[in-house]
Design a protein around this ligand. Sequence first.
Ligand code: PMP
Length: 431
Amino acid sequence: MDFTTSKTLHEEALDHIVGGVNSPSRAYKGVGGGTPVYMESAKGAYFWDVDGNKYIDYLGAYGPIITGHAHPHIAEAISHAAYNGVLYGAPTKLENTFAKMLKSAIPSLEKVRFVNSGTEAVMTTVRVARAYTGRNKVIKFSGCYHGHFDSVLVEAGSGPATLGTPDSAGIPQDVAKDVITVTFNDLESFRQAMERWGDEVAAVLVEPLVGNFGIVTPKEGFLEGVNTITHDAGALVIYDEIITSFRFTYGNTQQLYGIEPDMTAMGKIIGGGLPIGAYGGRQDIMEQVAPLGPAYQAGTMAGNPASMAAGIACLEVLQQDGVYEKLDRLGERLEIGIVEKASEYGIPISVNRMCGAMTVYFGGDTVENYEQAEATDGEAFAQFFHLMLNQGINLAPSKFEAWFLTTEHTESDIDATIEAAGKAFAAMAEK
Ligand code: PMP
């Protein structure tokens, strides 16, 4: 494949945009470098780059795209919003309509608020939990990404249940000391952390089904245990469903497992591809938020008509019969095909999948937590990534990301992808 125009654009970008990209993972650092492919257009399950190469897309823009690119129903809604005025700084009926749609799909949302990104949504839930409980500490699980605000760019030190150290320059140690990181799917280490710090903990921040070190499902009893232990300590459970909202079912992961958090942060899919975030939860907790309560959160763009219209249109598409069944069917076909090809060529992999989202880990070991995901073979993934890209299969450039299917992928797209994976595995087996 010829990437000449992408290379030229990237050299230009490096002169003007820090690192050449507006979000670090786009720079292909996770796959040993290379020139990021510059996209020109996208429709359905496909991308076309600036050199005219066509790709089957599994990046899904890191999660928001579930109905395929440029879905006509969403495009029409955005176009209508564009001609109707994209921003008023005053309330609209669209906000009510969308809030009601979210609430009827996700019963734990007694009240909601719209913001502009996942980061903002999670950041605000943490602030509100601190306001509600009058406590400062937050517990999170290692490897889970919750956005780029200070409190969550913190990882564990050595050993279980240690106080955090900043993951980024510019985060005061004073902030990190209020963050405790424990291992996902390890209820015992969570229990120990809560025994030690429980009465200082405002909230436990959980991706109920992890999307950020690959797709990792909670072990049986894990989420229930987290809820019980957290509530016993007088702290709140916040679900970060930025990736998982409307990804596996019409609603959130909490619907899949029948468990309710106190607050939920959402984003990605609910914006139909436009910038969005939302948070919500129990009424008495949400009443902490201004103008009703003392916890401040505001936004010039919050609830803007374009994002609202796109989000409503996206959920309308997802309400159609058979959407999630189709995603699951395609996901299963892809999983089975890839596993078969890998075993044909003797490449050790393991696959984690939920419905239309999956991760292929290299090395062959089961992945149930971040430490195991980290131990998978990143070099093999990087090789696979580039071999797939060169055959027109666009994956996320990191061994920790998911492959996202859309309602527009077809069985023949899946079969073409399995074919390409077979060729990639063959090339890897030769080395
Ligand atoms: N939480 C989770 C679980 C995420 O996956 C992400 C983004 N990948 C975020 C929060 C942050 O969302 P945003 O990039 O929209 O700020």
